[in-house]
Every structure is written in structure tokens, then in C-alpha cells.
Design a protein around this ligand. Structure first.
Ligand code: SIN
Ligand code: CO
Length: 380
């Protein structure tokens, strides 16, 4: 992934963050003037035929029932059987499979990487849409090719869903804003804004979707990790009083059990930070990280590093955090502690990791990144 940041012309990220992010929708006409998508509808369909790629086709009409959803992986014939209008192909996590698509993320790095979920790409026949709906996450909708008419209900009036459908479609949708998006136009929507985009022509839309962990997710991530590390203690009750009813869980017992739980849940800030960072860096389920089949031994690896650099493998999340002026790197749920700030900088910018630009003692870290399949030689 080329992670170096870029901004949209005539546009200040801080203004956007102050006024719009998580607050209200914004249409940016020609955010990317003359935008040309890195793949076409056929190539997207090709991706949707691959085993480890999540995709679906929404058939508003001419399916077995209205708004039928078919799930991939598809076969080539599935596409030849589609009606002329009113269908959409949606492919999830395209940034994890296509480096050119991943490169689009450089425009969105005014939002921290850990908030990014995926790039989803849809290709729709004329009239195609996924119906009026709301999403629980922030999204930038980049019109990539063709034209799509977007309608939104900025007052977020009704969220009631239609019954008995494969899709979560709003029962009532009363839009108060409408725009026709052309290639290069970008629509930002915060969570919870009802929206409906209908393809005017065959059209491609690229959704840059964000993630916002819920408290339940965080709790289960933290507790899950804590359980692995925590030293288990048994309840003890010396001096147990003789009770009148053996079936009673006595208040004393409950108090002792509560203490056992609350004491077990003591997690210091440093440890909790690590649990959170590790969890946030986990690779999305279904995305496969491939370790090198015949890895180089350490010495030949270091020699190769003299004339060739390492680049980030597609699909992984690479995050870092600082604790008392020490940088830690987190990839796929793993901590790489005490990393030199100059390496963190190069990693953040998506620059080549090679002998010329990394401190001499970085060899071991780079070798671990290579062995895990997180970083690969640039010509691999
Ligand atoms: C689409 O690309 O058709 C739908 C995207 C969305 O509404 O989130
Ligand atoms: Co949506």
C-alpha cells in the first residue's frame, strides 16, 4: 500500500474534521478531477469469482423475489445471466486484494488508519441500487465511473426496516437532498444517515468505509486477551459458616466471588493499551497472510536487504503507538516492541525498508516482518 498522504485539491482536512466528520454529510464535487478507476466492471466481476473474496449481487427486480441477494464466489456464467437493469455487484475489501485500489487510501489518511475498515466497490446496471438504507459507519462514496443519483434524508427521520427481505431496506424514505454524482465526485456520509443511490448509467461506486469498535467488541477483545495471560485463582472459603439452607448462595459467598472477579479484572493502562492495539491490528477474517514458502536464512536475507527493500504485504493492518516515548508496532494482533522512530516513520509513510534507510540494528525486526509474511521484497 502506498501510504504517503495526499489531499484533495482545494480542500483542508482540518476543516472537514471540524465541521463534517461524524456530524453531517458533505458533497465534494470533483474531489479527484478526471478520476479513472483502477479496475473496470469485468475485472471487478473477476475478483468476485475468487474464493477468498467476499461479494454479493443484489437483484432489485427479475430475481426470485424483490431485492434478492446472491452471495459469491460467482462463476463467469452468473454474470451472463443477469438482467439488463436493476442489479448491483458489490465486492468487499478490494483494498486487501488490489494494490492500485489500496493506493486510494492515501487520500483518506487525515483519518487514522485504525479507523479504516475497507474499500468496497460496486458495479451497477442502469437502475441498480441496494435500496434506501442506513449504515452504522462513516463512508466516503467516490463516483468512479458512470453517474449515480444519490438521495439522502439529512434529518435521519425514519429507521424502520421493511420486513422479510434479504437486505436491510428502510420502510420509509423521505429524502431532502439529491445530487447526481459524476466520476471524481465524492459524497461523505456520517453514520445513521438514510441514503439511496440509483445508477443512471452502468456505474461504479467506490465506498471507503470506516470502522468504529463497539464497547462489546472491545470488552470481548480485552477480556479474551486478559484470560490468556491471567493467572487463574480458585475461590477459597476457609472458616465457611454453617448455613441454614444449603441451596442458598450466601451473601458472603457472593461478595467473595465478586471480589474474585473484580480483582481478576484489574488491568493496568499499559497492558490494556497493548491489548487494544493488538486487537485493532488484527487482520480481517478471511484475509490470508502468506508466509514465504522458502524463506531466506538470516544472513542471505541481510545481504539481499543491501540492494533490495521490503514493502508491506497487501491486506495487513500496520499500526503503531507510543508509550513513554517508545514506539511499538502492531501487526495482525502481534506486538513488535521498542521500534526505532525512523523505522516507524518509514512504515507510516509506506516507504521501502532497506539497509540504506534503516538503522544497522534493525535487521532482526525486518527479518521477523519478512518471516511472518507482513513485509515482502519489492520484486517478489
Ligand atoms: C453502492 O455502492 O451501491 C452502495 C453503497 C452504500 O450505499 O453504502
Ligand atoms: Co450505504
Amino acid at each position: 500500500m502506498g501510504s504517503v498522504s495526499s489531499t484533495f485539491p482545494n480542500w483542508l482536512p482540518q476543516d472537514f474534521l471540524d465541521e463534517f466528520w461524524q456530524r453531517r454529510p458533505l458533497l465534494i464535487r470533483q474531489a479527484l478531477p478526471g478520476y479513472c478507476p483502477p479496475l473496470d466492471g469485468d475485472e471487478l466481476a473477476g475478483l468476485a469469482c475468487e474464493e477468498n473474496v467476499e461479494s454479493r449481487i443484489v437483484l432489485e427486480k427479475n430475481g426470485q423475489h424483490p431485492w434478492q441477494v446472491l452471495h459469491g464466489p460467482f462463476q463467469e456464467q452468473d454474470f451472463t445471466r443477469l438482467p439488463a437493469t436493476h442489479w448491483t455487484l458489490l465486492v468487499q475489501d478490494v483494498d486487501k486484494h488490489d494494490a492500485d485500489v489500496a493506493a486510494l487510501l492515501k487520500y483518506f489518511r487525515f483519518i487514522p488508519d485504525w479507523r479504516i475498515d475497507d474499500i468496497m466497490i460496486s458495479y451497477a446496471a442502469p437502475g441498480g441500487s441496494v435500496g434506501p438504507h442506513t449504515d452504522q459507519y462513516d463512508v466516503f462514496l467516490l463516483q468512479a465511473s458512470g453517474r449515480r443519483r444519490w438521495m439522502i434524508d439529512s434529518s435521519c427521520r425514519s429507521q424502520r426496516l421493511m420486513d422479510g427481505l434479504d437486505l436491510r431496506i428502510l420502510a420509509e424514505f423521505d429524502p431532502d437532498r439529491e445530487w447526481l454524482l459524476e466520476p471524481g465526485d465524492l459524497l461523505y456520509l456520517p453514520p445513521g444517515v438514510p441514503h439511496h443511490g440509483i445508477a443512471e448509467d452502468p456505474c461504479m461506486t467506490i465506498s471507503i468505509g470506516f470502522r468504529a469498535p463497539t464497547d462489546n467488541e472491545l470488552l470481548s477483545a480485552v477480556i479474551g486477551r486478559h484470560l490468556e495471560q491471567h493467572e487463574e485463582r480458585f475461590h477459597t472459603d476457609p472458616g465457611l459458616p454453617c448455613q441454614q439452607r444449603a441451596s442458598e448462595i450466601h451473601p458472603h459467598a457472593l461478595s467473595a466471588l465478586r471480589s474474585l472477579v473484580t480483582e481478576a479484572m484489574q488491568i493496568d493502562d499499559t497492558t490494556m493499551n497493548r491489548y487494544l492495539c493488538e486487537w485493532l491490528s488484527e487482520t480481517k477474517p478471511g484475509i490470508v497472510i502468506t508466509e514465504p514458502e522458502e524463506p531466506l536464512d538470516y544472513e542471505p536475507f541481510i545481504r539481499r536487504l543491501q540492494h533490495e527493500g521490503l514493502v508491506r504485504a497487501l491486506g495487513i493492518r500496520v499500526l503503531c503507538a507510543r508509550q513513554n516515548d517508545t514506539w511499538h508496532l502492531y501487526i495482525d494482533g502481534e506486538t513488535f516492541p521498542d521500534v526505532d522512530a525512523s523505522i516507524i516513520d518509514r512504515i507510516d509513510k509506506g516507504l521501502l525498508l532497506d539497509a540504506a534507510h534503516c538503522p544497522p540494528d534493525a535487521g532482526e525486526l525486518l527479518y521477523r516482518l519478512y518471516r511472518r509474511g507482513y513485509y515482502v521484497f519489492s520484486t517478489t
